[in-house]
Design a protein around this ligand. Sequence first.
Ligand SMILES: [Zn+2]
Length: 71
Amino acid sequence: MSLPMEEIDIQYVTANCGHEVYDGECMYEWEDLHTFCPECIECKFNDLSTEEKAALLNCEVIEINFPRSHV
Ligand SMILES: [Zn+2]
């Protein structure tokens, strides 16, 4: 991704989440080109369920369901 010159001059860019990302920090871009600052991408991860995080690691989620005996 290339940055416009005037944004390089002021040493930060504004991610689509609305926060500033400064020189030396990372900005995170999704496939739809939506960008996030480090704090917001962290929040996205915190919002994920364990199953969703496991899927990101290519783990297969195996649900254990023993048959219930109904009396
Ligand atoms: Zn943000």
